[in-house]
Design a protein around this ligand. Structure first.
Ligand SMILES: Nc1ncnc2c1ncn2[C@@H]1O[C@H](COP(=O)(O)OP(=O)(O)OP(=O)(O)O)[C@@H](O)[C@H]1O
Ligand SMILES: O=P(O)(O)OC[C@@]1(O)O[C@H](CO)[C@@H](O)[C@@H]1O
Length: 302
């Protein structure tokens, strides 16, 4: 069973304009949609949609926190959030003229004592895997991520910014940087696929059994102890890429949960993320096509 920890959830607002963004004038959106968001929350939603047992934990407060809970529960996702006094943030993605603008808030200030309550809830579910994903709200520290990894006998996966990744001290089963985060974490040249693969391989030595580097339209690299696997992205019509990394991670975790190999997991991850980017927002797409798309993903050893 997988438990996700999202210390800084969000309501994801996705607004679509049919003209380019311009300063100093009112932009009127064609449409808007609202989804429960935050990296661990997205992963929990995607895993649930793939029939994988999963519970989403973390911090939630205010009217937006209520929306996050209700949106997830209406999608059948099991939640066990710790209530905070502040108001969960509202993050906005504006889509205009084929451009994507992401406006994320820092989130509500929280007292570090809430971490104990979160860890208690995680332990109560006795997970095999725990994913910690997303930014830290003001008041929490990097050590609060390490605390999740050391609080119980489970495999921990982490998906946080590169500058935070490089400062973690605990041992992790995997981290999932995107290209930019991989560069921040390693100071390596990540402008080429080879550079990314080298950086992912060597970053394992910093306390990660595996490094899954997502490279957007260039696909993904999975560095394990034995091999460096590379998967091309699929050629699909992209609507927006918010949550693409979470979808990739969900696919990989779901395959591992089913006992599949690293290569099969990488294929599933790319298939799941392809379905996510072909729709707007971070809502849960239909995963009916995962099996057929997985067969289209080519994986090679670098
Ligand atoms: N333009 C694209 N075309 C095809 N596939 C894509 C594209 N962008 C993303 N993907 C798929 O999604 C996966 C993850 O993408 P990306 O590296 O952009 O994640 P990310 O930056 O972590 O996203 P986020 O932080 O929004 O969750 C890629 O490995 C790829 O399979
Ligand atoms: O500000 P953070 O915590 O780094 O990222 C939060 C976020 O942008 O990540 C998800 C997509 O991966 C969205 O659902 C959410 O709004």
């Amino acid at each position: 069973m997988i438990v996700t920890v999202t210390y800084n959830p969000a309501v994801d607002q996705t607004v679509q304009f049919d003209e380019p963004m311009e300063p100093d004038r009112v932009m009127r959106a064609e449409s808007a949609r609202y989804d429960a968001g935050g990296k661990g929350i997205n992963v929990a939603q995607f895993l649930t949609a793939m029939d994988k047992p999963c519970v989403a934990t973390g911090l939630a407060g205010g009217f937006t926190g209520r929306f996050v809970r209700e949106d997830m529960q209406s999608g059948g996702v099991e939640t066990d959030f710790t209530e905070i006094e502040g108001i969960t943030r509202l993050n906005t993605t504006a889509l205009a003229d084929s451009e994507e603008y992401k406006l994320n808030l820092n989130g509500p200030a929280v007292d570090r004592s809430v971490v104990d309550a979160v860890l208690e809830r995680v332990r109560a579910h006795d997970p095999d895997w725990v994913l910690v994903g997303g930014s830290l709200p003001p008041g929490l520290e990097i050590a609060d991520i390490d605390r999740v990894a050391t609080a119980g006998d489970w495999e921990t996966v982490v998906d946080v910014e590169g500058t935070i990744l490089r400062r973690l001290d605990a041992r992790y089963s995997m981290c999932k940087p995107n290209r930019h985060e991989l560069g921040d974490a390693t100071d390596a040249d990540v402008s080429t696929l080879e550079g990314c693969a080298r950086a992912a391989g060597s970053f394992r030595d910093q306390g990660f059994d595996r490094v899954l580097a997502s490279l957007g339209a260039d696909g993904a690299v999975l560095a394990t102890g034995d091999q460096l696997l590379y998967a091309d992205a699929l050629d699909i019509d992209v609507v927006d890429t918010v949550g693409a990394g979470d979808a990739l991670l969900s696919g990989v975790l779901s395959a591992w949960e089913a006992g599949q190999s690293d290569e099969a997991a990488l294929k599933t991850g790319v298939a799941v993320s392809s379905l996510l980017v072909s729709q707007a927002g971070t809502g849960v797409p239909s995963f009916d096509a995962v099996d057929s798309l997985r067969d289209e993903v080519a994986v090679r050893t670098l």
